[in-house]
Design a protein around this ligand. Structure first.
Ligand code: GLU
Length: 441
């Protein structure tokens, strides 16, 4: 049974990068008929905010990425405590007393000597007495997980293929601060065990965390889940961009982007599959496969999102959009206006051409006479626009722009817009005649 999780820290809103991670975890679970967990990583009480927890839920709901279960790390502190005691008893956790400044200095010295800045395990050398002395000076320890240096850490990564880390090249990670609060590393592993997570899919920035966590799983007597790390999302110029880090659902909504467009793009961005305006989730799920994921950074391009969005809007059935349309706009109205909009929000402007009032255009004397004739010639049948233009073509000899443009301007106040054949029946006979007559004055 496949279980995946998305584990945001509620220290800010979701951005396009973590939306992508959420989506892919959701897809992995759905495709396998498994469970998708939302885990709120809120052990950092100072930076976590309830409003962000709510915003994360709301954004996921808007995107249609529904969690089957939800957990919060802040409600599981006892479990972390128990794991901590277990690992400590097993000699895998040790206290350390260095200050930030001391650690910084050590790093500088190592780097200055051309050495990797790995924690030197000085705290492991302390005698019981030296520890006592530190503590009697009022220095509370923070806690490190002791990596097993004996064997390389290896795993078969769902995206990156075989991975190997030499544990000697990793620092023993700090897992708990001096004030007792938790860093990410241990709680996440405890949760993945307790919640039966079978697949951890996350960004490439977590690769070295995975190496550490694999040892934690083993130290707690659990088999590590399958890991996969996707290449990071970059701006279209190929760089990690600050903008992407803050680009989230609000900005998309404001721009008139449909959640389906975001999903269609992010489902396939960075894979070997073509990005297409696919609204049907089942169809997206069918082709979803980690083996299609590339290792090169995935390029997020706003123009591509806009294109996908427009294509989705152009294919949107009336029933899917009716509750978002201006009052009185029916299926025929949507059909008339749909090809002219890139977003559903733009419908409003075009619909005003039907409901009025419309802008008044200045016409030449000649055109006014022509429009007067049009007001007379207007006959209401199945297809009033084509009947009218055919009649005027015969009676006036006008053609092309001279035939059509003054009519469009008189009827809509615009030089361009939706197909007049569809628009005129929506404007209605009396109103159309009145507009033509008023333009002729
Ligand atoms: N809270 C972590 C993050 O947002 C979770 C990482 C993970 O998926 O394990 O980076």
């Amino acid at each position: 049974m496949t279980t995946t999780r998305f584990a945001p820290s509620p220290t800010g809103r979701l951005h396009v990068g973590n939306i992508r991670t959420a989506l892919h975890n959701w897809m992995l679970a759905r495709k396998a008929g498994g469970t998708f967990i939302l885990r709120i990583d809120d052990t950092d009480a100072a930076r976590s905010k309830e409003e962000y927890v709510e915003a994360i839920r709301a954004d996921l709901a808007w995107l249609g990425i529904e969690a089957d279960r939800e957990f919060r790390q802040s409600q599981r502190l006892e479990r972390y405590e128990a794991a901590f005691e277990q690992l400590r008893a097993a000699g895998r956790i040790y206290p350390a007393y260095e200050t930030q400044q001391e650690l910084e200095l050590k790093r500088k010295i190592q780097l200055g000597r051309g050495l990797p800045p790995i924690y030197d395990r000085a705290a492991l050398e302390l005698t019981e007495q030296e520890r006592k002395a530190k503590e009697s000076e009022g220095i509370e320890p923070h806690w490190r997980f002791k990596l097993d240096h004996d064997e390389p850490i290896t795993w078969e990564d769902g995206v990156r293929g075989p991975n190997a880390f030499d544990p000697k090249l990793l620092s023993d990670p700090v897992i708990r601060r001096a004030d007792g609060s938790w860093l990410y590393m241990l709680p996440s592993t405890v949760d993945d065990i307790d919640m039966g997570v079978t697949q951890v899919l996350r960004g490439e920035d977590h690769v070295s965390n995975t190496a550490v966590q694999i040892q934690m799983f083993t130290a707690m007597g659990a088999a590590p889940p399958d890991f996969a790390h996707e290449a990071l999302l970059v701006g279209k110029e190929g760089k990690l961009s600050k903008r992407l880090g803050s680009l989230g659902c609000d900005a998309f909504r404001e721009r008139g982007i449909e959640p389906e467009a975001i999903v269609a793009l992010l489902a396939r961005l960075g894979t070997s599959l073509p990005v297409e305006p696919i609204v049907d989730r089942e169809a997206l799920l069918e082709t979803f496969d980690l083996s299609t994921f590339g290792r090169a950074p995935a390029k997020f391009d706003d123009a591509e999102l806009d294109r996908i969005n427009t294509a989705i809007v152009h294919a949107m059935p009336f029933d899917a959009v009716r509750h978002r349309l201006p009052e009185g706009m029916d299926a025929a109205g949507w059909h008339a206006v749909q090809p002219n909009v890139a977003t559903v929000g733009e419908v409003e402007d075009w619909w005003r051409l039907v409901t009025g009032p419309i802008a008044q255009v200045e016409f030449s004397d000649e055109d006014r006479a022509y429009l007067g004739e049009a007001a007379q010639a207007l006959e209401w049948g199945d297809d009033p626009w084509h009947a009218l233009t055919a009649a005027l073509k015969d009676s006036t000899g006008r053609k092309g722009k001279a035939l059509y443009l003054p009519l469009r301007q008189a009827l809509t106040g615009m030089n361009h817009g939706p197909d007049m054949g569809e628009l005129l029946p929506l404007i209605g006979e009396d109103e159309a005649r009145a507009r033509l007559a008023s333009a002729a004055k």
